[in-house]
Design a protein around this ligand. Structure first.
Ligand SMILES: [Ca+2]
Length: 354
């Protein structure tokens, strides 16, 4: 819409020019365009991946990348060299399930631990492993389905591990505090309910979510989440412990005070958000169906400004955005996930300097 409006404005400006100064109106005036959101410098760092899903950086600056369907963990250098670390035979990939999120222990240099979220034959689960070793499940029983498996993992500044889950096609789970589906979970690195969790003895941190695939912290210690809507509204939420985010009673905004309202919503055709990242004073949201990187301004006090779309339909579906040690954003495409329209180079890792 923004581009259409810009185009219309340019056309109107050109028409005005030709009306006033028909003799010297430059022909290219109509194609000069108005101000357009810029993604800054974009470089393709890696090509030929297969539905990459999760990305996390190791202390030395290499990244670990998961591939959903092949169940591979890859190691990628800052220069874009790719090596396979291992393939997890425990993963049962089908539909939206497979090897999903990955997180690196905050004390990796001493414990060497990496955490993964994956679909097994019977559930979604979170496991820890040392690279090359076998995964040791620490949380099992997260509901599984062909769709809405959640899957994002991120450590908080409190040293706890946070996971976004999905309703796994049974929407009632999101309001059921006894189910791990449709929640954001907070756990110790052993997979136990973290001290201070809002519901005693429970991993649940927030509930009433449909399918959380994006989690990121801002500099002030706020946790932001993206959530895929059903047919009307995708959401960006600011997470506060114990809050109910409404699904399936409401999708998007509502006036019911028992539900915490999203700060940003989009029509699902413009977003379908997966991974998110905070860089500078903005939240970056990787959009699948929307095929763009949304930049949501953050006001530093928990509020948001008007989002703008970057890379609109330039690289197809985007699955994740993560801040690299050098301050760039690494962005994963997701054109080989069965819903995309891949080009020969897909899937890719893009390095974006917004
Ligand atoms: Ca909601």
């Amino acid at each position: 819409m923004r581009r259409v409006l810009a185009g219309l404005a340019a056309t109107a400006a050109a028409a005005a020019l030709s009306a006033c100064r028909a003799s010297d109106a430059a022909p290219e005036a109509s194609s000069a365009g108005g101000p357009r959101p810029s993604a800054g410098a974009v470089r393709t760092l890696v090509t030929d991946l297969e539905a990459p899903w999760g990305l996390a950086f190791l202390p030395g600056g290499d990244a670990l990348v998961t591939e959903r369907d092949t169940a591979r963990i890859l190691r990628v250098t800052p220069a874009g060299r790719v090596g396979e670390v291992q393939r997890l035979s425990e993963v049962d990939a089908s539909g939206e399930g497979g090897l999903l999120g990955i997180a690196v222990s905050p004390s990796y240099t001493s414990d060497g631990l990496v955490f993964v979220y994956y679909t097994s034959g019977e559930d979604n689960r979170i496991a820890r492993l040392r690279l090359g070793g076998s995964p040791e499940p620490i949380v099992t029983g997260i509901p599984v389905s062909g769709i809405h498996n959640g899957g994002r993992l991120v450590f908080g500044p409190d040293g706890m591990l946070y996971a976004g889950t999905g309703d796994a096609s049974e929407r009632g789970r999101s309001q059921d505090l006894a189910s791990l589906g449709g929640k954001v979970l907070r756990m110790t690195p052993d997979g136990k309910p973290a001290p201070g969790n809002p519901f005693p003895g429970s991993l649940v941190w927030t509930y009433g979510h449909r399918n959380v695939q994006g989690l990121a912290w801002d500099a002030a210690g706020r946790l932001w989440a993206s959530e895929l809507g059903q047919s009307r509204f995708d959401e960006v939420n600011l997470l506060r412990p114990g809050r109910n985010y409404g699904w399936p009673e409401v999708e998007g905004l509502s006036d019911r005070p028992e539900f915490t309202a999203p700060l940003v919503t989009w029509p699902t055709s413009e977003a379908s958000p997966s991974g998110v990242a905070v860089l500078g004073n903005a939240l970056y949201v990787a959009a699948l169906r929307g095929e763009r990187l949304w930049r949501v301004p953050l006001d530093g006090h928990g509020g948001t400004g008007t989002p703008e779309g970057l890379l609109v339909r330039e690289y197809g579906r985007l699955r994740a955005a993560v801040v690299a040690p050098d301050g760039s954003l690494w962005v994963l495409t997701s054109n080989r996930d069965g819903r995309g329209d891949p080009v020969p180079d897909d899937d890719r890792i893009l390095r974006v300097r917004p």
